[in-house]
Design a protein around this ligand. Structure first.
Ligand SMILES: Cc1cc2nc3c(=O)[nH]c(=O)nc-3n(C[C@H](O)[C@H](O)[C@H](O)COP(=O)(O)O)c2cc1C
Length: 138
């Protein structure tokens, strides 16, 4: 198995409904291809972790790279794994801005890391840690 993490920017004008469609379709597809992971959205930017069989992850990443609903897709990390980190999630989805509006105190006490996804290009392992904190946030 492998795990990848990438960041991207939503295309201009992408609606919240379109994002929810991506999540819904992803959950159905990922279930079939044995993929799990987490998609984060914050102020127009995505960060996604996908894990599963190498061939399935590679095939999905090739589609994701070409998807016109976002741009500037940058791979931060791709590495072999022995166990899944998000085994319960066919594709978790967290909108950080919405979470912050709903529950600022709780979220801010969890999120000690940087909210600007682009800084994780310099430190991909920090991105992993950042993604993992969302397992504890309902
Ligand atoms: C930010 C983002 C995340 C996506 N995540 C997934 C995903 O986890 N699983 C998935 O099947 N498609 C995902 N997609 C959609 C794929 O790019 C693609 O449209 C989808 O896999 C269907 O491709 P197909 O119709 O060629 O099979 C994502 C798209 C975007 C923009």
């Amino acid at each position: 198995m492998i795990c990848i993490v990438y960041i991207s920017s939503a295309k201009l004008g992408l609606t919240y409904g379109e994002i929810l469609n991506i999540v819904e379709d992803s959950r159905m597809n990922n279930e079939k291809s044995g993929l799990t992971g987490l998609l984060l959205f914050n102020s127009g930017n995505f960060m996604q972790l996908v894990e599963g069989a190498e061939s399935a992850v590679d095939a999905l990443y090739r589609k994701i790279e070409k998807d016109r609903r976002h741009r500037e897709v940058k791979l931060l990390l791709s590495e072999p794994i022995t166990h899944r980190n998000f085994s319960n999630w066919t594709m978790g989805f967290k909108d950080i801005e919405k979470l912050q509006e709903m529950n600022p105190e709780i979220l801010n006490s969890f999120l000690t890391d940087e909210l600007n996804f682009s800084v994780y290009q310099k430190n991909p392992y920090k991105a992993l840690k950042f993604l993992e904190t969302f397992k504890r946030i309902v």
